[in-house]
Write a protein that binds this ligand. Structure first.
Ligand code: PEP
Ligand code: MG
Length: 582
């Protein structure tokens, strides 16, 4: 009896699937490197043109299916692939080279694609490097069509696809055959196949190295896309454990799904606004399906991380308008670029302490044109009056005053622009993130300058406790229930309320059920959480009494250790909340 085997990869799309493996192997494409004769040239060019036409037809079909399944925005990759084949100059260049160099069309096409690819591969940016796979896919499609090989996309329905690599096209086409999971040797979290799996809600684990050589066809597999684990040929105990996990996962999902539409209100009637954090456009599906939640944090960095450069004003307007429309009538808090820390531009200088370096608002105030362009794009997208603006990494009053001055200048420019002067939101709320200790100490003064606060505990905790948020060696010291953290949060909430402004939290602390109890007791007006835990946190809000959580806070503010606070919150959960969760 073959033994159970466990593989670890990158969790690319969450959820669990259990099923039979379908090994998807593509025949290696063969590039004809031999020279051709003068007489062969017209036929070679003709064949090449036909292959281009056929590839365009295939890609158009995939593009249409993709639009239907994952929406226009998520399908852009296919549009980009089509653009390569529609590029007349590119195609003409290849035709010219075939007749001049007397080499096969596949050889010249491969060479030209390699030229394009080497530019991408030399990028320091992971996202850009992963785009190499997308043009590789175009190469394979065209070369395959030149040798008239058919793509085999008829996989067994309901299976788990195991492949060395999957193209975005494969991922879409297989989903029509009810693929239950995707596992690949290659790929990263930002590969398009990973992005598309998330948009399709199909569990996926990528980067599992040589799994496609190990797994046998029809072998039973477990894909745990949340943990990044694949188990082949699971033994009876493992299978039972995962079947139970899957059953619970589905039960929980169904039960929690029932909470959508119900108010986010405590047992004693206090409304706590619940919103979500959005990092990537493909996460917008949650907002669109849920129809009731706003966006408490829209990180804009992904736009330059994806492109390796700042997006144009037009591209930004397109993105912000889409997000605002999709979220309307709820609000979207757009955060201006938070570059620096672990989110670097490919061209950024290496800094010895990037988290203490040229980050967030500091960079924007040094690059005023980029900052102005972003503010202008946000304002131009604000006609529905449901956008708020938020600055990251604020550490002084001067930064806020200076940003407001720049903001006013941009508004004045728009007041003189006939196209926008009457449609942009003149009263757009302007807020800041509280994520640096100096901003906490100045919270009272800062609150007088802005319309709202949003606490970024991911950074605030690292700066209060001097613990790098990404360093596994000190991960144990990164403590949300540290008394210094709880007391700090209390000061921020009190300063905001004393000055009659609202205070939200968008750090991941709000996405953890036990921590959410503390935040409710502290008086936060809004929790902005990961989409995947939105309903779970709503359940916590609906199962607790605000008065009781306030009493809990009054006692834990007297504790001096993390352990005492953690135990008190755990105990509160067991006694006061769990009984109300049915
Ligand atoms: C935070 O610091 O809590 C936050 C939400 O911002 P980011 O994680 O993007 O730094
Ligand atoms: Mg932050």
């Amino acid at each position: 009896m073959p033994k159970e085997r466990i593989y670890k990869g990158i969790p690319a799309s969450q959820g669990i699937s259990i099923g039979e493996a379908y090994l998807y192997t593509k025949k290696q494409i063969i590039i004809n490197t031999a020279s051709i004769t003068e007489e062969d040239v017209p036929r070679e060019i003709e064949e090449f043109k036909k292959a281009i036409e056929l590839s365009q037809k295939e890609l158009r079909k995939i593009y249409n299916i993709a639009i239907e399944r994952i929406g226009e925005k998520n399908s852009k990759i296919f549009e980009a692939q089509l653009e390569i084949l529609n590029d007349k100059i590119f195609i003409e260049k290849i035709i010219k080279r075939i007749s001049e160099e007397k080499r096969s069309a596949s050889y010249i096409f491969d060479d030209e694609i390699n030229n394009l690819g080497s530019i991408l591969l030399s990028s320091e940016n992971d996202y850009i490097r992963e785009r190499f796979e997308d043009i590789n896919d175009v190469r394979n499609r065209v070369v395959r069509n030149m040798s008239r090989e058919k793509l085999i996309s008829k996989i067994t329905e309901n299976s788990i696809i195991v492949a060395h690599e999957l193209t975005p096209g494969d991922t879409i086409l297989f989903s029509r055959r009810k693929a239950q999971g995707y596992i690949t040797d290659t790929g990263g979290i930002n590969s398009h196949a990973a992005i598309i799996s998330r948009a399709l809600n199909i569990p996926a684990v990528v980067g599992v190295k040589i799994i496609s050589q190990d797994v046998k066809p029809k072998e039973i597999l477990i894909v745990d896309g949340s943990e990044g684990v694949v188990i082949a040929n699971p033994n009876k105990d493992t299978l039972e454990r995962y079947e139970e996990k899957l059953r619970k996962f589905r039960e929980q999902e169904e039960k929690l799904y029932g909470l959508i539409g119900l108010p986010s209100i405590t047992l004693d009637g206090k409304t706590i606004d619940l919103a979500v954090n959005i990092n990537l456009e493909d996460e917008m599906n949650f907002v669109k399906n849920c129809k009731e939640c706003g966006i408490g944090l829209f990180r804009t960095e992904h736009m330059f991380i994806e492109q390796g450069e700042f997006p144009s004003e037009g591209e930004q307007i397109e993105e912000y308008s889409y997000i605002a429309e999709a979220t309307y009538p709820k609000t979207v808090t757009i955060r201006t670029y938070d570059i620096g820390g672990d989110k670097l531009l490919p061209s950024s200088e290496k800094e010895p302490n990037p988290y203490l370096g040229w980050r967030g608002i500091r960079l924007c105030l040094d690059r005023i044109e980029i900052f102005k362009e972003q503010l202008r794009a946000i304002l131009k997208s604000s006609k529905l009056k449901n956008i708020k603006i938020m600055l990251p990494m604020v550490s002084s009053l001067e930064e806020v005053r200076c940003s407001k001055k720049i903001f006013e200048e941009v508004k004045t420019e728009l007041d003189n622009d006939p196209q926008y002067k009457d449609i942009y939101d003149k009263n757009i709320p302007f807020g800041i993130m509280i994520e640096v200790p100096s901003a906490v100490i100045l919270a009272d003064e800062l609150a007088k300058e802005v319309d709202f606060f949003s606490i970024g505990t991911n950074d605030l905790i690292q700066y209060i406790l001097a613990v790098d948020r990404g360093n596994v060696l000190v991960a144990d010291l990164y403590q949300e229930f540290h008394p210094a953290v709880i007391r700090t949060l209390k000061n921020v909430v009190d300063a905001a309320h004393k000055n009659n402004i609202k205070v939200s939290i968008c750090g991941e602390m709000a996405s953890k059920p036990l921590a959410a109890i503390v935040l409710i007791g502290l008086g936060l007006d809004e929790l902005s959480v990961l989409p995947s835990v939105y309903t779970e946190i709503k359940q916590i809000i609906r199962s607790c009494s605000h008065t009781d959580t306030k009493n809990l806070i009054n006692s834990i503010l007297n504790y001096s250790t993390e352990e005492e606070i953690r135990n008190a919150v755990k105990n509160f959960y067991e006694v006061e909340i769990k009984p109300y969760i049915n």
